[in-house]
Design a protein around this ligand. Structure first.
Ligand code: GLN
Length: 322
């Protein structure tokens, strides 16, 4: 009802005002130089229910690059193109407990494939599995999927792309290691180029909330009555988000927040409350998607105020899947 919506809106406005003060405890990413231009005070949230209800608050209209959140989407596309078992033969589904761009764990742990698709090593491997001879061909199905979900075709932030590409020593080091181990299915440079481009796609928190809502509903978009992602692939993506989505803070996030989520170093977080019939008072939150933006990051590279805001909301609305 309208009054419930007003009540929810008031709460979310209060929480944004409160957690905005926490942004100064974090820092914007600087290892990709252009990301440093972000405004560290920004904090925004968008929540979309499966009935279309949209609660938005704070800095809702600031576009940002999707960064690591794209890893969930390319994993989904690779599974749709190649089949789940083909992909999982080449990249595992185990958390690393290490930083997202760790090289050390690859060699130390003597694995036969990268740990999971949501850290850089796994994501570069997944980029190599995408079909196509050029990076643009590889990413075309991703753009088509995004267009289906969002109703428009997002574009690349060329400055961020070039900035990342030109300072990509660590990702290239990871790439050469993957190449040496025989994990890559296509040319290293094309795979890296696809990876840098996918990270540079510009989105808003409304976009993240919409994608989250579709994942919350197992790949089904209630607004168009269409299955956009196969149910099994959506389930797998959510399991990976829960176990590996927040890098080496994934365990804490699962314990204290308890919902699938994925962060990116530009400050975005996608989160969702898997659909299950539960709270009759708040049907809106069942199966909702959440987009958060707050570029001031904690040490693990997650939005510092964004995580606290999500933790607060998840507790207040009893979102934990456990
Ligand atoms: N493009 C970034 C990188 O590879 C993505 C990392 C992230 O968002 N954590 O370093």
């Amino acid at each position: 009802t309208e009054s419930t919506e007003e009540w929810l809106q008031q709460y979310v406005d209060d929480w944004i005002a409160f957690y905005r003060k926490h942004t100064h405890e974090g820092e914007v990413a600087s290892y990709i130089p252009v990301l440093q231009e972000a405004n560290a005070d920004h904090l925004g949230i968008s929540i979309i229910g499966k009935n279309g209800t949209n609660i938005r608050s704070g800095d809702t209209d600031v576009p940002f690059t999707i960064q690591s959140i794209s890893k969930v989407l390319t994993f989904i596309v690779a599974c749709m193109e190649r089949g789940i078992s083909y992909v999982l033969d080449r990249v595992d589904v185990e958390p690393t407990g290490e930083a997202f761009n760790s090289i050390m764990h690859l060699e130390m742990k003597q694995v036969k494939k990268p740990f999971n698709p949501l850290v850089n090593a796994g994501a570069i491997t997944v980029a190599s599995l995408l079909e196509g001879k050029s990076s643009d061909q590889k990413l075309e199905p991703l753009f088509e999927l995004l267009e289906k979900m969002l109703g428009y075709r997002p574009h690349l932030d060329i400055d961020v792309y070039e900035s990342e590409r030109d300072t990509s020593m660590r990702n290239r080091a990871i790439g050469y290691y993957l190449l040496e181990m025989g994990y890559l299915e296509s040319d290293l440079n094309i795979s890296l180029e696809a990876y840098f481009k996918q990270c540079s796609i510009e989105v808003t928190i409304d976009d993240l909330a919409k994608i989250g809502m579709i994942l919350a509903n197992d790949g089904f978009d209630p607004s168009t009555d269409e299955e956009i992602i196969p149910r099994q692939v959506a389930r797998l993506a959510k399991a990976l988000m829960l176990t590996c989505g927040m890098y080496d803070a994934s365990g804490k996030f699962a314990a204290y927040v308890g919902i699938p989520a994925k962060s990116g170093v530009a400050g975005g977080i996608i989160a969702l409350a898997p659909a299950r019939v539960r709270d009759e008072e708040l049907p809106f939150i069942d199966g909702c998607g959440i987009g958060v933006y707050g570029p001031a990051l904690d040490k693990q590279g997650n939005s510092i105020a964004g995580i606290r805001l999500l933790r607060h909301i998840a507790n207040k609305w009893d979102l934990s899947i456990f």
